[in-house]
Design a protein around this ligand. Structure first.
Ligand code: SAM
Length: 273
């Protein structure tokens, strides 16, 4: 069940009802979630479910579910399971045949994406990058090939180093640092990765941040990547429509994609594709 990422007015009516009615309400940090409950006058016992007790607690939760109890899970802020605990619990509940329902609401991923002004038709959420330089650079190199906008979480203390590595490996891509989303001091810094790395190096950045990186320049997208996208798009539509959709998604000139689409289509027709 999602909870606000800063602005408490973002709680949903459904979340309030479920928090009140659940037989058990699990959270990451009881002190943190107690503030939320108190703000809305909800009297409900809170139990911990976090990375240090999950292995022990999960069988108990599954037993309660088997006994017909309604169990709700929240995290400190935003949507559980999204760089927060819960995936293994949901997996186990699904495996045991229990009904699982999302109670949607705020998440920094979509809030950041929506206000970034970067393409939203295809995006890849990669969570937190590894904290150490070498492993982080390897991971960024893997992300380089992904078409569409990339969304990352990062701690403010690592923001500068992370942006510097992103600029070094991904080059001159448009990017955004969305800070303190939904809060009073919310800001959105836009620029190239290099500009944002310089900005973060110039003064300490405080508060919670999402980094969003727009698709690379057209030249950075090779023909193989375009053809891979085209094959999927051609299943669903005409050469013209497929070329238009892929050109838009990858930020590549429509003429170039159209020519590749014609070639692919001819291969398909001759049974060679
Ligand atoms: N599950 C949460 C969600 O759905 O938003 C995310 C939890 S993750 C542990 C916390 C990270 O989310 C922060 O380090 C930051 O990168 C991002 N974040 C959370 N709240 C934010 C906010 N108000 N503004 C910007 N980023 C935020």
């Amino acid at each position: 069940m999602a909870t606000p990422i800063g602005n408490l007015a973002d709680i949903t009516l459904r979340a309030l009802v479920i928090m009140t009615r659940a037989d058990r309400l699990y959270c990451e940090d009881t002190r943190q979630s107690l503030k939320l409950l108190q703000r809305f006058g909800i009297e409900q016992r809170l139990d911990n479910y976090h990375e240090h007790n999950a292995e022990r607690e999960r069988p108990r939760i599954l037993k309660a579910l088997a006994a017909g109890k309604i169990i709700a899970l929240i995290s400190d802020a935003g949507t559980p399971l999204i760089s927060d605990p819960g995936y293994k619990l949901v997996r186990a509940a699904v495996d045991e045949g229990h009904a699982v329902h999302a109670i949607p609401g705020p998440s920094a991923v979509l809030a950041g994406l929506v206000e970034s002004g970067l393409p939203t038709d295809a995006f890849h959420f990669a969570g937190f990058l590894p904290p150490k330089g070498g492993t982080r650079k390897n991971r960024i190199a893997e992300l380089a090939a992904i078409p569409g906008t990339i969304v990352l979480f990062e701690a403010p203390t690592r923001l500068g180093d992370c942006l510097a590595d992103l600029a070094e490996i991904l080059g001159d891509r448009p990017a955004v640092v969305a800070r303190e989303l939904t809060k009073l001091n919310e800001t959105c810094h836009r620029g190239s990765l290099a500009e944002l790395a310089a900005w973060a190096a110039s003064a300490p950045v405080r508060g919670e941040c999402v980094i969003l990186i727009g698709p690379g320049r057209a030249e950075a997208v090779d023909d193989a990547a375009i053809e891979q996208e085209l094959k999927k798009a051609l299943e669903a539509g005409s050469v013209r429509d497929a070329a238009a959709a892929v050109a838009e998604r990858l930020g590549v000139p429509r003429r170039r994609v159209y020519d590749l689409a014609i070639g692919l289509n001819e291969k398909r027709r001759s049974g060679d594709g």
